[in-house]
Design a protein around this ligand. Structure first.
Ligand SMILES: Cc1ncc(C[n+]2csc(CCOP(=O)(O)OP(=O)(O)O)c2C)c(N)n1
Ligand SMILES: [Mg+2]
Length: 321
């Protein structure tokens, strides 16, 4: 199955928007303008976008601590996200969640999550709801290679299969959990792990948007058709440190530069669609300009916006049922 021109343009737009957003947050954090802790998704764009292009607002995703890209890919408002990261009252979560807890349930974005392995149990709940209420929705968990080793993830894989849930577990393997290499810490093979739970599992080149898109299409269609959960093991790389401020002494000299030069997902997408004559270079350049402007505007607005007032100090502590 082929992507339409509109889908290709949307994919490029979202990947560029994520990259511009993350590069901007990187600069602002370095300048000391952002409170809290920040983990950036730059380099991994093809994964979040390739998966979320198949989803609508009735579908849910659970993210990780590295959540900005998933938020944007799922349609969260970039202005509201920037304000949230700056701790402003009009942020997506009232300025009280920050980078690691951005959520927008109206978009089916169940939240970034400070708990590694926190997402998989959440999507079992969302997928069970979708199945029980017959909404036609699916639920996706993005999980890191580190998160793949959590007990919560193992339990969720098991539950998803025995309940035959419309769920997909997307393991974003960027080679490290903090400074620990996945080649050292992940036993066996994540594709084989998925198969051990009786579900279809596929390895995916996360630098290749088209491969992600196709693997996600297959897994999400299966979930929507009532044929149960799947695993995708997406191999990719992050461009910045584990967190902003990480000196990255555990990465080889030149490691990131080599990935950027040879495998950058946005550059590969651009080359592929222009060489095939699917999109024109000036269309892509216009998208690059537009997304840079959108993020620059979001930054100006966030900086000018007020923080939550004292009256809001004790609200949003617990959910009101
Ligand atoms: C339950 C839990 N244990 C440990 C941590 C500390 N921690 C935060 S991120 C992280 C590494 C996660 O690595 P991975 O899942 O590969 O995601 P990545 O950062 O590479 O995207 C760890 C250990 C945590 N937040 N939660
Ligand atoms: Mg990792």
């Amino acid at each position: 199955m082929q992507l339409s021109r509109e889908e290709l343009l949307k994919a490029y737009r979202q990947m560029c928007l994520i990259r511009a957003f993350e590069d901007t947050v990187h600069e602002e954090f370095s300048a000391g303008n952002i409170p809290g802790f920040v983990h950036l998704y730059a380099g991994e764009e093809a994964s979040g976008v390739g998966v979320c292009l198949h989803l609508t607002d009735k579908d849910c995703i659970a993210s990780t601590h590295r959540g900005h890209g998933h938020c944007i890919a799922k349609g969260c408002d970039v202005g509201g996200m920037m304000k949230e990261i700056f701790g402003r009252a009009d942020g997506l979560c009232g300025g009280k969640g920050g980078s690691m807890h951005i959520a927008d349930l109206s978009k089916g974005m169940m939240g970034a999550n400070g708990i590694v392995g926190g997402g998989p149990p959440l999507i079992c709940g969302a997928a069970l709801t979708a199945k029980t209420l017959k909404t036609g929705g699916v639920a996706i968990a993005f999980v890191g290679d580190g998160g793949s080793n959590q007990g919560t993830t193992a339990e969720s894989l098991n539950l998803a299969k025995v309940w035959n849930l419309p769920a997909v577990f997307v393991f974003e393997d960027n080679g490290y959990a903090e400074s620990t290499a996945s080649s050292w810490s992940v036993a066996g093979d994540l594709v084989e792990r998925g198969k051990a739970y009786g579900m279809p599992a596929r390895r995916v080149d996360g630098f290749d948007f088209f491969e992600v898109w196709d693997a996600a299409r297959e897994a999400i269609e299966r979930a929507r058709n009532g044929d149960g959960p799947s695993v995708l093991h997406v191999k990719l790389s992050r461009y910045y440190g584990h967190f902003e401020g990480d000196a990255m002494t555990y990465r080889a000299p030149g490691e990131i530069d080599a990935v950027k030069a040879q495998k950058d997902c946005i550059a590969l997408f651009k080359r592929r669609v222009t060489e095939a004559g699917l999109l024109e270079p000036d269309q892509l350049a216009a998208i690059e300009d537009e997304t840079a402007r959108e993020v620059a505007d979001a930054l100006v607005d966030a900086k000018a916006a007020p923080p939550p007032g004292e009256a809001k100090l004790l609200t949003d502590v617990y959910v009101a049922y």
